[in-house]
Design a protein around this ligand. Structure first.
Ligand code: ATP
Ligand code: MG
Length: 308
């Protein structure tokens, strides 16, 4: 199976949300990493045929997905970023309803729905109304509904939003077990999520994939540019304002260790360290990170798209 975009473009007026993108995805888990507004959701909606591109094409095994139509959509599972559910539905009834929309009924639907509730850790709450669920529980139900039709292509837009650390581990295992022989694409701006789940990371910025590779390899881009600098605690703020700092920790009394991204050694005692994905993210999105801190948050579950 090969899913390919050719010069894929989506413009909103003058804004190019996806800009002449050429990517080829074969089986495996792909982590789409990018800051707010990078174009992740737009790309995913295009891949799900929920939006029409303004330029370029998407091909599955060489055939246009527009021509494949329903045959293509039957292969898809999608968790929208703004996932809409029905608050008065019980979890199991919601899954059976979505299953029916996907053409799955009767005993097969029930077995699948109960199996998925078990897998996402919601079997004890199967008969509870969704409005009583926590954010993380709703998100897990959203993941379950995307998997109902055993999709060959699973597209999850920020699936780990609202999951606690234990749920994240469960999610990771679920995706690893599920991904064999399929294409799984998940977007996030939480670096540690994709670092462990994804076999390939796609870094998206301003509508384009600016970098991609395996988690262990992709950081080679900034090899020789990540430093640890030990500074007196009282000066730390000044350096943080001046340098591109990806992390800091207090090590011994009175001193802070800053992780700095810089082409040149930033100070005399600075030591080169091995770059990680967090550093790479900051390297690409440095000017956006501060803004993003204020722009994120908010529960989108009350308004949004229908599941499919
Ligand atoms: N319906 C729309 N009309 C106009 N502009 C849009 C529309 N949808 C998205 N955009 C713009 O396209 C760009 C990409 O948006 P998109 O939602 O794809 O980004 P994203 O990477 O998913 O961001 P986030 O991390 O915040 O979810 C943004 O600049 C956004 O403002
Ligand atoms: Mg988005």
């Amino acid at each position: 199976m090969e899913l390919k975009t050719v010069e894929l473009t989506k413009e909103y007026g003058k804004k190019k949300a996806v800009n002449r993108m050429n990517i080829t995805l074969t089986q495996g888990v792909y982590g789409l990493l990018g800051a707010n507004g990078a174009g992740k959701t737009t790309l995913m909606r295009l891949l799900c045929a929920l939006q029409q591109p303004t330029g370029g094409r998407i091909l599955l095994d060489g055939q246009s997905i527009g021509k494949l139509g329903e045959d293509y959509r039957n292969l898809l599972g999608y968790l929208p970023q703004a996932f809409r559910y029905y608050p008065d539905f019980r979890a199991i009834d919601f899954l059976l309803y979505i299953a029916a929309l996907k053409g799955l009924e009767g005993k097969a639907a029930k077995e699948k729905a109960w199996g998925l509730l078990e897998q996402v850790g919601l079997s004890c709450e199967a008969k509870h109304r969704i409005k009583t669920f926590s954010g993380g529980m709703k998100q897990r139900l959203g993941i379950a509904q995307a998997m109902l039709n055993d999709p060959r292509i699973l597209i999850l837009d920020e699936p780990t939003t609202g999951l606690d650390p234990k749920e994240r581990v469960r999610f990771r295992n679920l995706i690893s077990a599920f991904s064999k022989g399929r294409i799984v694409i998940l977007s996030t701006h939480i670096v540690s999520d994709v670092e462990f789940i994804a076999e390939r990371i796609l870094v998206m910025k301003a509508g384009q994939i600016i970098h991609w590779g395996r988690p262990g390899e992709i950081t080679s881009e900034i090899q020789g540019q990540v430093w640890e600098c030990t500074v007196p605690v009282e000066h730390a703020d000044r350096y943080v304002a001046k340098w591109n700092v990806s992390n800091l920790r207090n090590e011994r009394e009175g001193y802070t260790v800053l992780r700095v991204i810089a082409a040149q050694q930033p100070m005399e005692n600075a030591k080169l360290v091995t770059p990680n994905l967090e550093d790479l993210y900051l390297y690409y999105f440095q000017e956006q990170t501060a803004r993003e801190t204020y722009a994120t948050g908010g529960d989108h579950t009350w308004e949004g798209e229908d599941a499919r």
